[in-house]
Design a protein around this ligand. Structure first.
Ligand code: ATP
Ligand code: MG
Ligand code: MG
Length: 548
């Protein structure tokens, strides 16, 4: 990977290596397996893996699986697939749940030092007595239990003698600290739930603020990179490492998370979209998940380049989706074949073209990349054009087809519209045109010029295709706070069209990518395409829309 753009975290790493503070850098990507990864995670993945790569270090893939209720093995597998697909190799897969025994014994260390106590207050009571930014918290009546009593109660918590919520283990720090995170935070809670990894071995589970620093310390992580919301948790992170007497002392650094305009970006909310069937699964091409982007047709390169471009900073900001779109266009511009597809077909009969005759026209596959060679396209008496490319009563400056007007068929001939055929309801069903054999593309014809060029496919040999066009899932600037985003779902986020593509695309395979002339970039859907019907997902339209 070529990721030399500098950022403040990189500079810290460089300093730490220069000063000899660390010999080998170890980073980690620590997802909770409670959903599929999204584009925000990609930013963290790129940052952690590229940083380690650049300094010949290592990156651990660690599942932060300390919350049994929400986690699932399906999510573990999808996360591995997505990280690999993005192009990164972890040194080793770790599970936080493998450290439960070690974490338990570190909690005992705290209890013995009178740095932790078992508290009988309910979650509600703990919240109420925590105080506010302007008011100190109140000490729990259980705060001064003896070491012996705490050891006994904590052991009984582990044995399952208490119900969920009946007791917790809390750190004994300072109820008057200006940092609310230090006001005796909860370290362990009771949850009688089956864990995807440890089954029912445990009924007490460590909280994030206790577990995470221990996980980092156990694995020898040097630079633990997380998002800005955790900045205020850093003193607690350091407290846990120190008071638990961990040999290795990792350091936490915070960077601004990625926010995409008008996009829901939280596994919890994305799960809601899946569970409520607003979308067709986690990999629905409208989803900002890695698997959704992949199915839509995004490439790993385009996502990595996007993450590099947005960079790493200390201040939160929102990025426009257009930037992501820019990088997929850039990536596909020279790589993808250009072909013609008619999304909303209108039949055209070329009345002066001999019946039964077929000819094959040569066309460049990609004019910006001549090495891709040429293809051959059939042309005969009946073709399809876009419904949009004909108007019976055109406005001024409409240069496409209308009665009496002549246009160029891309790679073929000039045609002139002579007659409009309608059904009983008055809908246009067919056009009758004539072609001029002298105007064949590539023949050097200069006799006259036309202002419009339209695309087409041969009606007889064309391959039937389904096209799926996407718009944003949210209908307005709603950022997706709370669950109110469910009231702002765009009813037109998916449009399905039945049309035709050139016959040479009959053999296209899942994930083949094309640029359809005037329509944009499309990906062959990996799930729904069949032998009889190719399905194309529009990745992104062309920058300059062809609407006049
Ligand atoms: P979500 O709320 O979407 O589930 P999370 O932070 O709870 O996000 P984790 O599985 O804990 O999800 O995240 C794994 C890593 O990815 C963390 O280090 C987290 O900081 C990072 N991460 C998550 N979302 C973003 C984002 N939008 N931008 C950058 N990094 C992110
Ligand atoms: Mg998290
Ligand atoms: Mg989360």
């Amino acid at each position: 990977h070529n990721s030399t753009s500098s950022n403040f975290i990189r500079n810290i790493v460089m300093e730490d290596i220069k000063s000899g503070k660390v010999k080998e850098i170890i980073t980690r990507f620590p997802p909770e397996p409670n959903g599929y990864l999204h584009i925000g995670h990609a930013k963290s993945i790129c940052l952690n893996f590229e940083l380690a790569d650049d300094f010949q270090g290592k990156t651990h893939l660690r599942f932060d699986d300390t919350n049994p209720v929400k986690e699932d093995a399906e999510f573990v597998e999808s996360i591995k697939d997505d990280v690999k697909w993005l192009g990164f190799n972890w040194d080793h897969v770790y599970f936080a749940s493998d450290y439960f025994e070690e974490m338990y014994s570190r909690a005992i260390v705290l209890i013995k030092k009178e740095k932790a106590y078992v508290c009988d207050l309910s979650a509600e009571e703990i919240r109420e007595t925590r105080g506010t930014l302007t008011q100190p918290g109140k000490e729990s009546p259980f705060r001064n239990r003896s070491v012996a009593e705490n050891l006994e109660l904590f052991e009984r918590m582990r044995k399952g003698e208490f119900k969920d919520g009946e007791k917790v283990l809390r750190a004994k720090i300072d109820m008057t600290s200006p940092n609310l995170n230090l006001r005796d935070p909860v370290l362990y809670r009771i949850s009688h739930a089956v864990h995807h990894n440890t089954g029912d071995t445990w009924c007490i589970y460590p909280m994030y603020d206790f577990a995470h620093p221990l996980e980092d310390a156990i694995e020898g992580v040097t630079h633990s990179i997380c998002t800005l919301e955790f900045e205020d948790h850093r003193p607690l992170y350091d407290w846990v490492v120190q008071e638990c007497e961990m040999e290795h002392q990792p350091k936490q650094y915070e960077f601004a998370r990625l926010n995409l305009a008008n996009t829901v970006m939280s596994k919890r909310k994305l799960k809601l979209l899946v569970d409520e069937k607003v979308v067709d699964g986690w990999d629905d091409p409208r989803m900002p998940t890695i698997s959704g982007l992949r199915r839509r047709g995004y490439t790993p390169e385009s996502i990595r380049n996007f993450c590099r471009e947005i960079g790493v900073s200390k201040s939160n900001s929102t990025v426009d989706v257009k930037l992501l779109e820019h990088f997929i266009r850039e990536d596909l511009k020279l790589k993808s074949p250009r072909t013609m597809a008619v999304l909303r077909p209108l039949k055209v009969v070329i009345t002066n073209y001999p019946e039964g005759q077929v000819e094959y026209l040569d066309a460049e596959i990609n004019p910006e990349n001549p090495e891709m060679g040429t293809r051959s396209i059939p042309f005969s008496r009946e073709i399809y054009i876009e419904q949009d490319d004909f108007m019976e009563e055109p406005p001024k400056k409409y240069f496409r087809l209308f009665p009496g007007n002549e246009v160029r068929l891309k790679h073929a001939y000039f045609i002139t519209c002579n007659e409009v055929i309608k059904d009983e309801q008055g809908n246009i069903v067919e056009l009758h045109c004539t072609y001029d054999p002298e105007t064949k593309s590539g023949s050097g014809f200069t006799g006259r010029k036309v202002k419009g060029t339209i695309h087409w496919v041969d009606a007889q040999q064309a391959v039937a295709a389904e096209f799926r066009l996407y718009e944003s899932l949210l209908s307005d600037e709603e950022q997706g706070e709370g669950t109110t985003f469910l009231n702002h779902i765009n009813p037109d986020s998916l449009e399905i069209l039945q049309g035709f593509v050139e016959p040479n695309m009959r053999e296209s395979k899942a994930h083949d990518k094309f640029q359809f002339f005037r329509h944009g970039y499309f990906n062959v859907d990996p799930k729904d395409a069949t032998k009889a019907r190719v399905v194309f997902n529009r990745i992104v339209s062309l920058k300059s829309s062809f609407e006049l």
